[in-house]
Design a protein around this ligand. Structure first.
Ligand SMILES: Nc1ncnc2c1ncn2[C@@H]1O[C@H](COP(=O)(O)OP(=O)(O)OP(=O)(O)O)[C@@H](O)[C@H]1O
Length: 261
């Protein structure tokens, strides 16, 4: 049996919110005058979640708003740490830092004052590739982003439209030879044509046997692309199976039950 691509073991994640009725300085002063400490609200986003994802699987995370899907993606993307438990990547050459394409907040690693061209190497280095590796990919990245005007390359990215920004961010992320691809479907990238191109790229990643984790509320899309579905409910895994249609059915019937119909 080969080593898993992603392993989550007994992962817990909580968020602590300070709530004093007022936010910021006003809240602190209010609390001082009232003589009361601000109240704390603890939100459990993930509660003892264990998952083993094999190389080449396309896993869809399903669940209602607030069930913990984005938190789970952020932990895999290493933008957040679990409070306890472990997230590792045993099949990767570096089991703590695999090559990831986090298609979550694309362009988040761009420096606003650098040009598009400079950001390709800058963002690439954040995603684990050398300058030389990014330079080889540069023309493909610019073509993928539909940057057909040379002035786009030399403008600082702070003057890009939001569409140009995410197109370049997406193009860089998908050209980093990722072992693991993380997709948040709420990411609306570019126009309909560009979205089609993104979906085609994800299908290519699947054919190449890369590991994909996708968060989606679009059950038809999940049925088409996922090889396994994980339903999160109230911060825990409620169902996990390669019978994707079966997990969707369980999830959807829980929604109808909750609405009393
Ligand atoms: N940075 C944060 N600070 C405080 N609470 C947070 C933070 N991020 C998430 N939460 C809380 O953790 C819980 C899980 O949130 P998460 O975004 O993971 O859910 P989700 O399933 O992705 O929801 P959605 O379908 O709406 O995107 C929610 O109650 C949310 O309010």
């Amino acid at each position: 049996m080969s080593l898993p691509a992603i392993q989550l073991e007994h992962v817990h994640k909580r968020f602590v919110l300070q709530s004093s009725g007022y936010a910021g300085l006003k809240g602190m002063l209010g609390a001082l005058f009232d003589g009361k400490a601000p109240e704390k609200k603890v939100i459990t986003a993930l509660d003892d979640v264990s998952l083993t994802i094999q190389k080449g699987e396309t896993v869809a995370l399903l669940g209602r708003n607030g069930s913990g899907k984005s938190t789970l993606l952020s932990l895999i993307a290493n933008v957040m740490k679990p409070d306890s438990g472990a997230v590792t990547f045993p099949a990767s050459a570096d089991p703590t830092h695999p090559r990831l394409a986090p298609l979550l907040e694309v362009g988040a690693g761009f420096h606003p004052d650098l040009t598009g061209l400079q950001n390709i190497t800058f963002n690439g280095s954040i995603l684990g590739l050398t300058r030389a590796q990014m330079e080889v990919r540069r023309d493909d990245i610019l073509a993928f982003a539909d940057f057909d005007k040379p002035e786009y390359y030399t403008m600082p990215v702070r003057s890009y439209s939001s569409g140009m920004f995410v197109r370049l961010g997406f193009a860089v992320a998908v050209h980093t030879d990722p072992e693991i691809v993380l997709v948040d479907e709420t990411l609306a990238v570019g126009d309909a044509l560009f979205q089609e191109k993104c979906l085609a790229k994800i299908a290519e990643f699947q054919r190449e046997g890369r590991t994909i984790v996708v968060v989606s509320h679009d059950m038809e899309a999940v049925k088409k692309v996922a090889t396994r579905a994980v339903w999160l409910a109230q911060a825990r895994v409620a169902a996990d199976s390669q019978d994707v249609a079966g997990v969707i059915q369980q999830y959807l019937s829980s929604l109808t039950k909750d609405h009393g119909t």
